[in-house]
Design a protein around this ligand. Sequence first.
Ligand code: KG4
Ligand code: ZN
Length: 349
Amino acid sequence: MSKPPAPIVLGIETSCDDTACALVDGRGAVLSSVVSSQLEVHRPFGGVVPEIASREHLANWPPVLGSALEAAELELSQVDAIAATRGPGLIGSLLVGLSLGKALAKGLGVPFYATNHLKGHLFSPYLRTDGGPSRPVPDRFVGLVVSGGHTVLYKVTAGATQPIAQTRDDAMGEVFDKVGKHLGLAYPQGPKVDELAEKGTGGTVEFSVARCSDGSLDFSFSGLKTQTLRELQKVVGDGSAVDNPLILNVLRSFRQAAVRQILDRLERHWNEEPFSHLAVSGGAAANRLLRRELPIWVARKKVELALVPLEFSGDNAAMIAYRALQRALSADPGDSWSIEATSRIEVGA
Ligand code: KG4
Ligand code: ZN
């Protein structure tokens, strides 16, 4: 096979519990994207155990890298640039991927791009799942990242990102996880809560949409979480099956309120400063109700929506490689060898 258009970027993502490698070509086409999940290893603990996660990354990266190269029909020597997540995330996990990335880049003599995980998510809606070139990234767009650790609304202008709002407490995915944990569901609870909410038939409770008293567009989900747990307590009592219709209805109302809050912030931002492109990404962008409601909202506002493909909504390395590709294409030479992993990064950094 002839070499796809340069630069070929190898992405490495190890910020939490997924070990991922991907190859993206110079047109932003995803040549391969391999994600090895550690879910089964962490499940007995009800959440991700950082020490175990780092050890798993160490064991998992060689086969994951091998599979990514094989699926792309490429040799490591054909890679033109390396990207690895530098944060935010679990420090021990980040160190594995970042060190691997630096070592590969040094060995190959190619540039190294230490990538902000959130910015990886931010541009991921423009990736295609059919192996075709990425969709054109508009010069100006509003980006919403909803994940397990973050809920951020960004304004992106000519590649420069400016956060407009972020959560003051829990992230959207996190509240879904916490509500599910309360019901005894296994980690990650978000997708399961979404599935159960889908089965609810009536709204028993009308949860209000939280707003900040200072008029900011920041998000807040912890009040909704507390209210939901209280309502669940009323119907669960001393324990009942999660498919109890009363539980399903509380979950349905909970999910509606969470999605209403997202739409409320989009609407208010649009009223303040109308925008024409919206890109929505992150693990919680897999939420079924959110994926149904967003197209309705954008149609009303005549906004063009780029909704991340389900394949790239959760953590993956294609988004990390793609973000680095954009930097490479804008003549950014990459990062120095001294760049460090950081568990927390300001959302605007
Ligand atoms: O982006 P991601 O894979 O990891 C982080 O960067 O955090 O997001 C994972 C989060 C978890 O909290 C998970 O429960 C949530 O996304 N999530 C969902 C759904 N699918 C995944 N939350 C709500 N509804 C879903 N369908
Ligand atoms: Zn993520």
